[in-house]
Design a protein around this ligand. Structure first.
Ligand code: MOS
Length: 748
């Protein structure tokens, strides 16, 4: 897409402004930033899953060239260990209420017990291998089955933000009165994020100021968290993240290595860089917890859902009551009057689980949408029709209308593009040689979260008519800088190519960490606000200026196009921004725009909806599954960039395939380690696994969620994709699926 075509910029599929830098290697990721005099830090992880460190021997490491080794005996204490979400999303975000090496207790395998510093990475790595520890061991609990007997009922999950028991109506009464029901328990393996770029942090002190280069999904969150741990003002901490190689939630929280770098750099008096290995990514940056979800869905003789019981049991850490919020959209997408939802937990020897790709809904909607499909089979109703019959016209939880919907339209559009036929589906699978061909459907939903803090951006118009836009956000693959230029360009009537976007620096105005599909909504709201504020200033300057052709015009008469303000009804009357600034001896005009999000109790249900279809081929003798094609339709509100949006969803749908068929981290029960902590043994789809994918965006206008009506699409591509695949496998084989991921052994 060229940058000069006429018309609004928002929506068009501009190439990424930083795409060329990325593919030519000019983009420096954190570990690649050259920093003179750096000491390389390598973490040493505990080799037990639970117990205490009796002693650590660092003598061989020092003899091998280490310049320093820090352990619980000499690492400074942190100033505070803050709660995980002290003020909702956007501020201090430590990920867990535990910081290593403050004492000798080991809570999970791989927990850092030493940090080895050396002049070269190779020396540090070698010396780290020579550190030996003696332990007093306890038996670790890492697997759900090992802790099942010790499960407990927390009051809240998600670290204090979500009640663990929720209900409406009377599920038991609904179950008594129902004519049909399905009762199924789905087991989900633990998962790990696995972005391509391993987490890395480098810290450089200058007096009492520290600059931290960090691979993070939130520069401001990193800044606030480091400051809290070190007991210094956030004003003394600057965090820079120009490029981040994927996050998927694993870089949303600020894990201990991020603070260890500046802490040790201060002790050593020289810059320090730490880069996690792939294995350390599995033990050091959170996870999606192993979980079990039991669903009981009941309906009347017309197939109208009357009740849903949805209980989840999952493994959390020794210190935090965390469960991903799996029972949300599943209980809201359908008009179910009687709902009984409950989270129970097991304390395991793992890190505190965290956000991961479609956090909550990717697992919760999988269980729900598989149960819906089984019910459809039981009562002989087409699964597409059953979903349309039951979709909630208003939010059943709050009783409020949806801020915008699009559910039914997504189902219809995707069904048509897929070529769904109720009659063919009822007739059972086709065959293709040895393959059974099955088709499946699922719907998708992801909440539109609202940030707890104002979102800010800086806009600065220069006298030559070019614009600089800055915000404290960061790109981890989403293309946010490109969309910022589009939003700014439309607000001010400036061409795309005349806008420079700066991101990835906590010195820029504050934006919440990009989590929960909030990034595009938050950033576009801030940039739109900044640029419309600046536009108001410019128009005010012109209309108040007797020398301007726009003198004494009213604001509503004026539009901005091509760097020029003009009278809407008579475009010849007007002047350029440059002319205006020059006449006023202004080198520039700037503003910081602040978007104040609507308060949490806005009277609307806010969910992005979508629909997914999949066709699979199953070899029933070999238990092989191949996904042949996927079709998705989504209603994410305003689409800022058609190409980036499609890419985001394409990735999400393939991650759904990955969830359904591949991703599982398995614990070694002897020592609590993740046994397959490498990209060789943690299965992920490659190009040969990827099916043909067809993606459509269904337009919905949303006047509630934020100024541009951006509901977000960071997660929803993943939600439902896995359920559509699993439903297609059940269609092909007739076998109900209870294990996620589905593997060969479950099918033969
Ligand atoms: Mo997203 S998994 O909340 O970073």
């Amino acid at each position: 897409m060229t940058a000069t075509a006429a018309g609004p910029l928002i929506g068009r599929g501009f190439d990424r402004v930083d795409g060329r830098a990325k593919v030519t290697g000019k983009a420096h990721y954190t570990a690649e930033i050259p920093l003179p005099g750096i000491a390389h830090a390598v973490l040493v992880g505990a080799r037990i899953g639970s117990g205490t460190v009796r002693s650590i021997d660092i003598s061989l490491a020092m003899a091998a060239g280490a310049v320093a080794v820090y352990t619980h005996e000499n690492l400074p204490k942190v100033a505070t260990v803050p709660p995980v979400f002290p003020s909702g999303f956007g501020g201090i975000a430590p990920g867990q209420t535990f910081f290593p090496m403050q004492d000798n207790v080991v809570h999970y395998y791989g927990q850092p017990i030493a940090v080895v510093l050396a002049d070269t990475f190779e020396t540090a790595q070698h010396a780290a291998e020579l550190v030996t520890a003696e332990y007093d061991r306890l038996d670790p609990v890492v697997r759900l089955d090992d802790g099942r007997d010790a499960q407990y009922q927390p009051e809240k999950v998600f670290c204090g933000l979500v009640p663990a028991i929720q209900s409406r109506g009377d599920f038991e009464a609904a179950a008594q009165a129902a004519t049909h029901s399905v009762d199924a328990t789905y087991h989900f393996a633990a998962n790990h994020h696995n972005p391509i770029e391993c987490s890395a942090t480098a810290a450089v002190w200058d007096g009492d100021q520290v600059t931290v280069y960090d691979a993070t999904q939130g520069v401001s969150a990193s800044q606030a968290t480091i400051a809290a741990y070190l007991g210094i003002s956030p004003g003394n901490v600057r965090v820079v993240a120009h490029f981040v190689g994927g996050g998927f939630g694993g870089k949303a929280m600020i894990w201990p290595h991020v603070t260890l770098a500046p802490m040790i750099a201060r002790e050593l008096g020289r810059p320090v860089k730490v880069v996690l290995t792939r294995e350390q990514m599995f033990h050091g940056t959170g996870l999606r917890e192993e979980q079990e979800q039991r669903i009981t869905l009941v309906c009347d003789d017309q197939g109208i859902f009357t009740g849903l019981r949805h209980h989840k049991l999952s493994v959390t850490s020794p210190f935090d009551d965390f469960a991903e919020v799996s029972l949300g959209v599943a209980g809201q997408a359908y008009a179910i009057p009687n709902w009984d939802a409950r989270y129970r937990l097991i304390r395991g020897n793992t890190m505190t689980p965290t956000f991961m790709r479609g956090p909550g809904e990717a697992s919760g909607m999988l269980a729900m949408e598989c149960a819906v499909d089984e019910l459809a089979t039981d009562i002989g109703v087409d699964p597409v029709e059953l979903r349309l019959r039951n979709h909630a016209a208003i939010d059943p939880e709050s009783g409020h209308p949806w801020s915008s919907d699009g559910y039914a339209e997504c189902v219809r559009v995707a069904a048509e593009r897929f070529g769904w036929s109720a009659a063919e589906h009822r007739a059972g699978p086709r065959t293709d040689g040895n393959w059974l061909i099955g088709q499946g459907v699922s719907t998708a939903g992801y909440p539109v979260y609202t940030p707890g803090q104002p979102q800010r951006a800086h806009a600065r118009l220069l006298a030559d008519g070019s614009l600089i836009v800055q915000a404290g956000t960061q790109d981890f693959g989403t293309g946010v800088a490109t969309t910022m230029a589009q939003v700014a360009g439309d607000a001010l009537g400036i061409e795309f190519d005349r806008i420079r976007v700066d991101i990835g620096d906590s010195d820029h105005p504050n934006i919440a960490a990009a989590v929960g599909s909030m990034g595009a909504g938050n950033v576009s709201a801030a940039v739109h606000t900044a640029c419309t504020d600046l536009r108001t200033q410019l128009i005010g300057l012109a209309t108040g200026d007797p020398e301007s052709p726009l003198h004494d015009r009213i604001v509503q008469e004026i539009e901005c196009r091509d760097g020029r303000m003009r009278v809407r009804s008579n475009p010849a009357v007007g002047e350029t921004y440059s002319a205006l600034l020059a006449r006023h001896h202004l080198t520039d005009l700037e503003t910081i725009g602040t978007w104040f999000p609507p308060s949490g109790d806005a009277p609307y249900g806010k969910i992005s909806f979508g629909a997914q279809f999949a066709e699979v081929a199953v070899d029933p003798e070999l238990g092989l599954v191949r996904v042949r094609r996927m079709v998705g339709a989504f209603a994410p509100g305003r689409v800022l960039n058609a190409k980036l949006a499609r890419s985001q969803i394409l990735g999400g749908m393939n991650w759904g395939l990955s969830q359904a068929l591949m991703e599982a981290t398995l614990a070694d029960a002897r020592n609590g380690a993740w046994a397959n902590a490498s990209l060789l043994e943690y299965l992920l789809p490659v190009n040969a696994d990827a099916p043909a994918v067809d993606i459509t965006f269904v337009e919905v206008t949303d006047a509630v969620v934020n100024p541009l009506g951006v509901k977000g699409l960071g997660e929803i591509g993943m939600v439902g994709a896995s359920a559509a695949i699993i439903n297609a496998i059940r269609h092909a084989t007739g076998k109900p699926i209870r294990e996620i991921p589905v593997r060969i052994e479950h099918l033969i």
